[in-house]
Design a protein around this ligand. Sequence first.
Ligand code: ADP
Ligand code: ADP
Ligand code: MG
Length: 673
Amino acid sequence: MFNKILIANRGEIACRVAATCKRLGIASVAVYSDADATAKHVAACDEAVHIGDSTAAESYLRYERIIAAALATGAQAVHPGYGFLSENEAFAQACEAAGIVFIGPPVEAIAAMGSKAAAKALMHAAAVPLVPGYHGDDQDAQLLQREADAMGYPVLLKASAGGGGKGMRVVERNEDFAAALASCKREAASSFGNDRVLIEKYLTRPRHVEVQVFADQHGGAVYLFDRDCSVQRRHQKVLEEAPAPGLAAELRREMGEAAVAAARAVNYVGAGTVEFIMTGASHFYFMEMNTRLQVEHPVTEMVTGLDLVEWQLRVAAGEPLPLTQAQLKLDGHAIEARIYAEHPARGFLPSTGTLKHLRMPEGVEFTLGSTGPAASRAPVRIDSGVREGDTITPFYDPMIAKLIVHGATRAEALARMSRALRACEVVGPHTNVEFLQRIVASEPFSSGDLDTGLIERHHDALFAPVKKPFREALALACAALLTREGGAAHGASPWDALTHWRLNSGYTQTLAWREVESDTAFATTFARDGGVQTLEYAEQRDSFTWWSGTGVHEFGATMGDSHITGRVFVDGDVFHVFCLGEAQAFEWQNLLAHAADAEHGEGRLTAPMPGKVIAVLVEAGAVVEKGAPLIVMEAMKMEHTIGAPSAGTVSEVLYAVGDQVADGAQLLVLEVG
Ligand code: ADP
Ligand code: ADP
Ligand code: MG
């Protein structure tokens, strides 16, 4: 086994790998960019080496620097994590050339699976079932269009070198094909440096079911069962679970064996995932093989009790697989939710900013081993790469944490997930926590009726306004405000300490609030008359007492007959209340006038998020129609086209291709009319 390894990644996966190293007594070396100088993964490792600027291209993708860091620190092997260089054959090759073990498959296997098109050709030869489609070398646009026409619409265009849900276009009609092809090729070239595409029949209501495989250097290969990752947005996984619900034992074995056959066809070594797309109860087709550890590997760890990172290290060090297929057992059910800094209601746009307040449900230290759990398995696990106070930057994937739960049954895991999500508190960037809660509570998800269109099909229900415990949250916001302004820790007699709200006997004060989410203003009235305190809201007056608890941000109140406790995180004059599993925010309309939030007025052509300009489609002087595409931006993992809000003449273009722009920056000037 190795004494020291370098982790060529960041965030939660770097922390995850470091945890196994620590448990096994292996020293770990972190690498970090400027933006990550104080990141959690740096603290999680024994040493750390700075490798460059904040952009991935100047840091986590600069593999010569990573190899130099490994050599300088005496690391014997490199764990690439996922994303970044994990599926980069040149990197694997360079490690080998430098005498460093790449903890992953052989270079040839990465190469074979790196092109989805070439992989499909190989799988066809290995008799693994494929989705009908075209994956040929000839990339002539007319030929591709003819292939799509012959297949029948809808079709799916995929970047052959693609990944992470990027570089895909669903084409519904033949007249849309040419434009979709151009856009897909552009994204493929800019993201993957290769514009080759393939076409597949776009299957309706399919499931994404994938199989975890593992192979060693001695010819051993096993499957560690399956995961269902059907719940996706923008073709990216949101919720994952193991085992895939409703798979008959026979089918489970059949898919497992097909996955092992796929791995054997490329002489695979290490951890890999064979992704299948499934239709009906039993038809499955090979989609691609990811030659690395997956984001969702924890659900497999939870149902097998195995530490997959430990297996990766053992296999890379030349040991045989710790268990045989017959020894592998499934136990219970596990679900993972990816908590992202993003804005689900705004098309899942990534959101950035400082995590001013971050509270995750109680996780339990996980106790996995190479042949089974070292102790009883933890029912709730949090894999996170950030801490409170850290910033989600536009440079990398905006994931905050992964929440993983285990239960004896799916129903038990589901209940645990629901509870755990309700205990997540994040103030700063927008998050998908509430959205996840809604999916988990939705009928199709809770009944296990999964397919990749679940989110889109239930869009209206998932985004419908929900009724939250408003009065309760308001009572807690008032409690926090009164505590702060009164300077009193306990509500017995806070008024004594008041300065600007001084009173003696009778006292009444109107407090103006704005409910942040709905941007609605309203008022509450406090009164104290002798020993009696009341709070009036919406023409209902209740007796009111409050106190601040012993825990951080803890508050309690009684309002009429209700007794409420929760947490309030106060950010300036915004009171973020977490109670009864819901987050609500109220802004106190202080005496000082609040500058109205800069509204995105119509006609303003501003960047919806920080990012990079990747195409400028008009020049100054261009006369455009309403809706005409003007500029294409890319941020994190998405491409956004900014269109003309009305017909007009472009009088100025303020940015050029390659420019980095800030959130809200004006991109062009359009003279309306
Ligand atoms: P998984 O299939 O393991 O769930 P994804 O496909 O979502 O994971 O990708 C895992 C991570 O790797 C994500 O953070 C994604 O942004 C990143 N990623 C995937 N493919 C690439 C790629 N080709 N280049 C850069 N990053 C990638
Ligand atoms: P990536 O490398 O980005 O992960 P995949 O080929 O694995 O790309 O596809 C990602 C997702 O897109 C799948 O999980 C599935 O939801 C959807 N998808 C892929 N191929 C098809 C298809 N032929 N029909 C319908 N949906 C598909
Ligand atoms: Mg995939």
